[in-house]
Design a protein. Structure first.
Length: 124
């Protein structure tokens, strides 16, 4: 009878030795270099100046300088105006790594979206 207990103890010992130790502490995310932040900031300002300032509240470049988000005071029904803003922004936006443009209404809802090489579309 001792043999099965010894085999069980040996199996448990082996399994415990093979198990993974606790997860190592995660490293903090690397900060974005200042030169990349400057390039993103320059793109946003260039796009904002190119658009009609009366319709645009803010322009931000997000992600790793890949996406432009244009915040407007447009109502959710103004999708055609948003699409036109998207098309206008696209004329100067697709530089560097930027590959998409989104236009948001005053409610925060996405009214139009565009990707490099394609026409902008109203989202509803």
């Amino acid at each position: 009878m001792r043999m099965p207990y010894a085999a069980i103890l040996l199996t448990i010992s082996l399994l415990a030795a093979c198990s993974e130790p606790g997860r190592p502490a995660e490293k903090p995310a690397a900060s974005v270099p200042a030169s990349v932040q400057d390039a993103c900031g320059t793109a946003a300002e260039t796009i904002k100046q190119y658009l009609q300032p009366s319709k645009v509240d803010s322009v931000k470049v997000q992600g790793q300088c890949t996406s432009v988000v244009i915040q407007t005071a447009l109502d959710d029904e103004a999708t055609e105006t948003a699409r036109q803003l998207c098309e206008t922004a696209a004329e100067v936006a697709y530089t560097g790594d930027i590959n998409s443009v989104a236009v948001l209404g005053k409610s925060g809802r996405e009214l139009a979206i565009g990707i490099a090489g394609m026409k902008c579309l109203a989202t509803h």
